[in-house]
Design a protein around this ligand. Structure first.
Ligand code: CUA
Length: 152
């Protein structure tokens, strides 16, 4: 009978962890990483409606979409500017090799893979300034690859 209890306890713990990861908020808001199946080839980026001109676009009263392109060794746009009290969905892809898209002080932390679109939604409450870093080794100047995210 005790073994069964342990099993239930272990399962609850796992469910708890998943819930924490999914709904956890660190610092400013919530980042929900979802496994979007969206793909785009690097050579198609220039002709793409969204990534041809990386930018932030308003899509609702307090809702925005940010189209971000990573390439050695920059992020575009730079800086990324979003309003406070907003919900921003980031769509991030790479023009060349695997990069990272991480914003210390938030829970934004995604791998950016050429051919794929990483998607995450984040809420921003207060005006603030964040650095964006690439946390996947991408070449000689990987350590210099950074950007700026301004909540204004
Ligand atoms: Cu890009 Cu490291």
């Amino acid at each position: 009978a005790y073994e069964k209890l342990w099993l239930v306890a272990a399962l609850l713990l796992i469910v708890g962890f998943i819930a924490t990861i999914t709904y956890g908020s660190v610092g400013l808001g919530i980042a929900m990483l979802d496994d979007s199946e969206e793909t785009i080839e690097p050579k198609e980026l220039n002709d793409d409606e969204r990534f041809g001109e990386p930018r932030v676009e308003q899509v609702g009263e307090n809702e925005y979409e940010a189209y971000v392109v990573a390439q050695t060794f920059i992020f575009q746009p730079d800086p990324i500017e979003v309003p406070a009290n907003s919900e921003v969905t980031f769509y991030v892809t790479s023009r060349d090799v695997i990069h990272g898209f991480a914003v210390p002080g938030t829970n934004i932390n995604a791998m950016v893979i050429p051919g794929e679109v990483s998607k995450m939604t984040v809420e921003f409450d207060e005006p603030d300034e964040y650095g964006i870093v690439c946390n996947e080794y991408c070449g000689d100047f990987h350590h210099t690859m950074e950007g700026q995210l301004n909540v204004v």
